[in-house]
Design a protein around this ligand. Structure first.
Ligand SMILES: Nc1ncnc2c1ncn2[C@@H]1O[C@H](COP(=O)(O)OP(=O)(O)OP(=O)(O)O)[C@@H](O)[C@H]1O
Length: 608
């Protein structure tokens, strides 16, 4: 079995869930063109510069052809002609260099802002997508589009795209030059095309799977290395280092051996391209020979055939470049269709729904017949019908998998329930949340995975309210008991609000991150708060501080706490006990504890 036919490792098909839309090539091209709105000036200059550099490339073959003709026909004026030709060639080389540099500069001037606009639009749309749309597609899909695909496009704008345009322009000008010389020489040049096409037909079906497999293998290698970096303490503590190193080595070798095979394939492809070049040159020279002899109609000069041969030689580079970057061009094209797919999505807008009943915004939640099923199988929620009064604190308890988080997501309007509806002050909660996207949302969720945004403490807080001044930020920090540790973190000469946190900044503990998230809730001032394991991360002292902050921030707001510790339920006004997605008990915690049912058993088990 030769290396080119060796089986490619299992494809990444399972990992690719393209449930977010992918634009058609035509739509993607239209969107790319529209992205240049307002930046067409530099684009036009770039086009002129590309054309100029393509044209000047023809000067040398023409000049040399003239010299050859002069040598053949009349030796007396040759010396002068050589000097003139040398001057023209030198001038053309200078102009070509300058035009080539200017073309890339102006292309970047047009493309960088266009790309930035596209990136902003994709990010804006991505952030505006419904939670359940992202969940259905898989977060990885969205992340790879706003991350990898945009990066591929950004890289190709400065590398592949200029190379492609320059090569295409060079080929177009040279082909035109051929036909200006003599149409029969032009046809001889064109006759080479099928040989290049055959080479490409051999290469493309073989290279695609290898490149894909190589990307997957590179990803696995990166993953293995990342795991080693993140988990080094565990690996060391459990003396698993060698075993993991063997895994990293295996992943590296898979990636390296695929890269070797790709190079092998490229070398063979290069041989086929060289063969096509040889055939082409022979065709042009052979045709030229018969044309000079006058065997094929009107004769042409030796100089013209020389020019044609030099033209053909001039094609080697651009054709080679196009063939070599074909894959990257395809990859950039694929990225553009994926980015355009998201850029073309209209973030769900809230339909104008009529409010039912008392619609004054106070935070009343009404769930009627709410059920949710993630996929075929057991429902995660079933027939939940409850009303939560404004300002009421409700704790949701139940075993793992009982549906607590699902209920929280449904109440927050992040998941559209498959059955029934959730109304916030008489309107479907999903619509209310979507309508408030650009303003303060009336519902805020705090989950266990709280992200610390890279930036200052102030940046992390003003995300919730861009208009908040420092006095308001400090008031919120003080009220929630976070001001002390925020001050203590900063060096004496630094304003604590300026302290950098997140990636590259001062590291925050999970409890501190959650504390900041609760301060953000205070600043956002929503009607409804959903706390899903908001205090579960902390150790005992931190947990108490967080619980106090959670109690403060939820005072006067309708609150749904997904309680993983019974202390959270004991301070609630009301407890819902979930079992297999159904509410099996509902009432004040003290009353439920006396009733001797599910809650009482959970309470007894907890206190034991
Ligand atoms: N995104 C999802 N896709 C498919 N099934 C899911 C998803 N999220 C939850 N489920 C399933 O729905 C059911 C309820 O899950 P949910 O997370 O709401 O329970 P929970 O009570 O919050 O559990 P835990 O305390 O472990 O977080 C479980 O059977 C779970 O496996």
């Amino acid at each position: 079995m030769t290396s080119e036919t060796a089986p490619v490792p299992a494809d990444e098909a399972a990992a690719v869930r393209t449930l977010l839309p992918v634009a058609t090539p035509r739509e993607a091209a239209r969107r790319a063109w529209r992205a240049f709105d307002g930046h067409r000036g530099p684009l036009v200059v770039a086009a002129v510069m590309f054309a100029l550099s393509g044209f000047t490339g023809l000067v040398a073959p023409f000049a040399l052809g003239l010299v050859v003709d002069a040598l053949v026909e009349d030796a007396s004026g040759v010396a002068r002609l050589v000097w003139w030709s040398a001057g023209a060639i030198a001038l053309a080389a200078v102009v070509e260099t300058l035009a080539s540099a200017a073309s890339v500069t102006f292309l970047a001037r047009a493309a960088e802002p266009a790309l930035a606009g596209l990136r902003e639009q994709v990010l804006e749309n991505a952030l505006g997508l419904d939670h359940d749309v992202v969940e259905a597609a898989g977060e990885g899909d969205l992340l790879s589009r706003v991350g990898d695909d945009v990066r591929v496009l950004a890289e190709s704008v400065t590398t592949v795209v200029p190379m492609l345009i320059r090569s295409v322009v060079a080929i177009a000008f040279t082909a035109a030059g051929f036909f200006v010389l003599d149409w029969r020489l032009g046809l001889a040049g064109l006759a080479t095309l099928p040989f290049y096409a055959l080479g490409l037909r051999w290469y493309l079906p073989r290279s695609g799977p290898y490149y894909r497999a190589e990307r997957v293998a590179n990803g696995e290698r990166a993953q293995a290395l990342l795991t080693a970096v993140h988990g080094h303490a565990t690996l060391r503590a459990q003396r698993l280092g060698e075993r993991h190193a063997a895994r990293v080595a295996a992943a590296s070798w898979r990636s390296a051996s695929l890269t070797l095979r790709v190079w092998n394939l490229l070398t063979r492809f290069g041989q086929r391209t060289n063969r096509s070049e040889l055939i082409g040159l022979l065709l042009v020279l052979g045709t030229g020979f018969f044309l000079v002899r006058g065997d094929l109609g009107a004769p042409v000069t030796v100089g013209a055939v020389t020019t044609a041969a030099l033209f053909f030689h001039r094609l080697f580079n651009p054709i080679g470049i196009i063939l070599m970057i074909f894959d990257e061009v395809q990859s950039a094209g694929a990225s553009m269709t994926r980015v355009a797919g998201v850029a073309g999505m209209t973030p769900a807008t809230a339909p104008q729904t009529e409010a039912r009943g008392d619609a004054s915004p106070c935070g009343r939640l009404s769930l009627s017949g709410v059920g949710h099923r993630y996929a075929a199988g057991r429902p995660a929620l079933a027939d939940v019908t409850i009303t939560v009064e404004p300002g009421q604190r409700v704790a949701v308890v139940g075993a793992s998998g009982a549906g607590k988080s699902t209920l929280g997501q449904v109440v927050a309007g992040r998941i559209r329930p498959t059955d029934g509806e959730v109304l916030l002050d008489g309107r479907p909660v999903g619509d209310v949340v979507r309508a408030a996207r650009d303003g303060a949302s009336p519902v805020v969720v705090v989950t266990q995975e709280v992200h610390v945004f890279s930036g200052s403490v102030r940046d992390n807080l003003t995300l919730a309210d861009a208009t908040a001044d420092d006095a308001r930020l400090w008031a919120a920090l003080e009220r929630l008991g976070a001001a002390g540790w925020v001050r203590a973190l900063a060096p004496a000469d630094t304003d604590p609000l300026d302290l950098g946190v997140g990636d590259g900044g001062t590291p925050l503990t999970p409890a501190q991150a959650q504390h900041l998230a609760l301060v953000r809730v205070e600043l956002a001032d929503p009607l409804v708060v959903v706390l899903d394991e908001a205090t579960a991360e902390a150790g005992s002292a931190g947990a108490r501080a967080l619980e106090r902050a959670a109690t403060t921030v939820t005072t006067g707001r309708t609150t749904l706490t997904i309680a993983h510790r019974l202390t959270q339920a004991e301070v609630a006004d009301r407890v819902l006990v979930l079992e297999d997605g159904e509410v099996v008990e509902d009432g004040p915690p003290q009353e439920l504890a006396r009733r001797g049912g599910h809650y009482a058993r959970l309470s007894a088990a907890w206190h034991a």
